[in-house]
Design a protein around this ligand. Structure first.
Ligand SMILES: Cc1cc2nc3c(=O)[nH]c(=O)nc-3n(C[C@H](O)[C@H](O)[C@H](O)COP(=O)(O)OP(=O)(O)OC[C@H]3O[C@@H](n4cnc5c(N)ncnc54)[C@H](O)[C@@H]3O)c2cc1C
Length: 697
């Protein structure tokens, strides 16, 4: 079987053009704040972010009659529009074969622990609708001749619930959602960076946001500040990609953790992230999962003298074991501490990490098969583990070179890099272990409500995932919760009309805070804060954490934030002011992550998910062909920690840490139509009378 896909089809799935945004209106009103005349915009709801999650919320709310305005730092920037992998994945209930069981799917989604059981069920049961509505909008998900969706197995997925439009699934999602948003006349304010959440101070919650808007910059308003007044705010600003130096996020992903902390909003599960192999954002940031590794390229490093090292041959006991574990990174992509044991697939990540520490650059060569482990036979497609041989056999990937196996299984994977002037047919590809996703974030209930009244969070901004998540669950969660948030806001009736309440005091306070950060005389610049934060996060709390180093890193982060509070950041020019504020918030977010991690480790927390907690007394010891790696002995995780989540809140300038038990879900509960219908008819399902804190209990 050979796949011969016409170039025009490959082009359409890799070069995804976005719709043109109409020019947005200028403000018809103004507000005087501390001697400044600022533009004032009003709406029923402000959505911060125009990724797949934010656009889904906006579209669903507008359809339900809500007044909604989308603000975006970069309309088609962010992770959804600019990230992907070989087959970027959507994790959704399986429509092919015998269909799916939402309860089983929910169990799989929360299998790593520290995840609310009800949230996992919400994501599972909502996935069919999320998928169908994306298809309705034109998302080209692949089907068989009878209408079943084509599926494959991905990370943390034993069933095969993954589907994909190719390398750019999430960009295609943004495209169809943006087209729908424009069709519905939803205004999208581009180049608009939210700097502060406005709260009314009387406990009623949010009342708008303060933003930097390049269009509103003028001699009377050199910073381009703008006030957006709204009774409801949805944070859909994505993940904190700039936290780490070694990162596969696109450039300029700041997320909204700092924004939320400054508004006193609870954050959850900040200890949980995903790391894995990919090409870094200094070049073309892309995940090397799926067929990139299933093709089994030769992986090697190069030292300062240009000498090649086939380092994996020092780790695995046989060529078969080495090649099979490279293959398994296809669907065991994120680093997972326990997979470093028993010669598992995360030993590949550890080995790559160690090469990086030794100052060597690591490459994947698709024109060479993996080299033989000394003393063992050469690589052969006939000597692979059973699961690997069977997969490649079914895929018909029996070509002798990795590049031909890759071309056969997924020509788009080659095409994609070619678009960015990287020809993996001609030259090896440099890569590393990178930070890729934040599983934690803003704490929300099953309707996406944060702990601040009338402020919601969706997508990667929300901390809905636990320790692990199946590949594709992030995009699914954004779609499911985007819809639910819109339903909830519509049911509350709060976003029906533009807001008229007074935001003068809140704006005054917010402008003062923003201006206080911008200190031309400060020794801190955007560049130096960035270097300080990113080096600490990548060097001290990447995939390997040493107990004392985490405490030390926390102390250093506290010192940085104390200094920033005292001296601010010097923006190079007015247009850098928004970046300066984002870096101050990122420094705060990094301290919050370290507070949570230090708390977890000091309370006996073990290795789980993306991080191994290295400890000389740890019970787990990674082995290599050459013997044990004592320096990486690590702690086991503790079962009781899977049952709870760590909450971090900034209050009166201090971080407060607490834990709460995961919310439960009764799998035996059954719906009964006549009994439950009135709760739906009267809007009782929205639980409008309770705050998120009550709902979380
Ligand atoms: C390389 C890579 C591969 C991935 N592959 C998968 C996959 O296969 N499956 C999967 O499920 N997930 C995957 N993920 C994760 C997934 O892509 C993201 O979690 C998801 O796209 C986040 O969507 P979002 O809408 O929440 O945020 P984003 O798409 O990041 O959008 C955030 C938006 O907020 C805006 N914004 C940010 N800050 C501000 C501000 N202060 N003011 C105004 N606007 C702001 C940005 O401009 C942007 O429009 C991958 C991630 C990466 C990095």
């Amino acid at each position: 079987m050979t796949i011969d896909v016409p170039q025009s089809i490959l082009d359409a799935l890799t070069d995804v053009e976005m719709p043109r945004l109409p020019s947005d209106r200028t403000a018809s009103e103004q507000i005087e704040v501390d001697g400044r005349t600022l533009p004032l915009y009003r709406s029923g709801c402000v959505v911060v972010g125009s990724g797949a999650a934010g656009l889904r919320t906006a579209v669903e709310l507008r359809r339900r009659g809500g007044e909604v305005l989308v603000l975006s730092q970069s309309a088609f920037g962010g992770t959804s529009a600019c990230s992907g992998s070989d087959k970027q994945t959507l994790h959704m209930a399986n429509t092919a074969d015998r269909g799916d069981n939402y309860k089983a799917m929910a169990r799989a989604i929360r299998a790593g622990g520290a995840m609310d059981e009800d949230t996992a069920y919400v994501e599972a049961v909502g996935s069919s609708r999320a998928m169908a509505s994306l298809q309705f909008l034109g998302l080209p998900l692949p089907q068989d001749a009878l209408g079943g969706t084509l599926r494959y197995q991905t990370d943390h997925d034993e069933v095969g619930r993954a589907t994909s439009c190719g390398p750019r699934t999430s960009r295609l999602m943004v495209k169809v959602l943006a087209e729908e948003a424009l069709r519905l006349g939803i205004p999208i304010h581009n180049q608009t960076t939210v700097a502060r959440i406005l709260t009314d101070g009387n406990g009623a919650g949010v009342c708008g946001v303060l933003a930097f808007r390049s269009k509103d910059r003028n001699p009377g308003n050199p910073l381009g500040l703008a006030v957006y007044q709204a009774p409801v705010v949805v944070l859909a600003a994505g993940g904190p990609g700039e936290l780490y130096r070694d990162s596969v996020y696109p450039n300029g992903c700041f997320g909204s953790l700092g924004l939320a902390l400054e508004a006193g909003i609870d954050l959850v599960n900040l200890t949980e992230s995903q790391f894995g192999i990919g090409t870094r954002r200094e070049g073309f940031p892309w995940n090397l999962s799926g067929t990139y590794v299933q093709a089994m390229p030769h992986i090697y490093s190069v030292d300062a003298k240009g000498v090649e090292h086939p380092f994996l041959t020092q780790y695995y006991r046989s060529t078969q074991e080495l090649a099979s574990n490279i293959f398994r990174k296809g669907y065991q992509w994120p680093f997972h501490s326990t997979r470093m044991l028993d010669f598992g697939s995360s030993l590949v990540d550890l080995a790559i990490y160690r090469e990086g520490e030794a100052g060597r650059r690591v490459f994947m060569d698709f024109n060479r098969n993996p080299l033989a482990v000394p003393g063992d036979a050469a690589f052969s497609l006939h000597r692979l583990d059973d699961d690997v041989r069977s997969y490649l056999g079914t895929a018909g990937a029996n070509q002798s070179l990795p590049i031909d196996r890759l071309r056969h299984m997924n020509p788009l994977a080659i095409e994609l890099y070619r678009r960015y002037k990287v020809d993996i047919v001609a030259a090896p590809l440099e890569f590393a272990v990178n930070n890729q996703h934040m599983n934690g974030g803003i704490a929300v209930d099953t309707w996406g409500r944060s702990s601040l009244a009338n402020c919601y969070a969706v997508g990667e901004a929300a901390g809905t995932h636990g320790v692990t998540r199946p590949g594709g669950a992030a995009l699914n969660a954004g779609q499911v919760f985007g819809t639910r948030v819109a339903e909830h806001i519509a049911a509350s009736g709060k976003a029906k009309a533009p807001f008229a309440a007074d935001v003068g005091t809140a704006s005054l306070h917010a402008v003062a805070q923003v201006v206080a950060i911008l200190q031309p005389e400060s020794r801190w610049t955007v560049k130096s804060v960035r270097a300080d934060v990113q080096a600490r996060m990548s060097d001290k709390v990447g995939i390997l954490c040493h107990v004392d180093a985490v405490t030390q890193a926390l102390g250093d982060a506290q010192a940085l934030n104390a200094d920033l509070r005292a001296t601010g950041i010097a923006p190079g020019r007015a247009s850098e002011a928004a970046r300066a504020v984002q870096w101050q918030q990122m420094a705060l977010a990094s301290e919050a992550v370290l507070v949570a991690l230090d708390h977890y480790i000091q309370n006996g927390g073990g290795s789980r998910g993306a991080r191994a907690i290295c400890d000389p007394d740890g019970a787990c010891l990674p082995m290599t062909k050459g013997g044990p790696l004592e320096a990486y002995r690590f702690r086991k995780d503790r079962a009781e920690h899977r049952e709870e989540q760590i909450i971090v809140r900034l209050q009166d300038g201090r971080f407060h840490v607490s834990t709460r038990t995961n919310r439960s879900f009764d799998e035996n509960g059954k719906c009964f139509f006549e009994r439950d219908w009135p709760t739906w008819l009267t809007g009782g399902i929205y639980d409008l009378a309770h705050s998120v804190e009550e709902a979380a209990c």
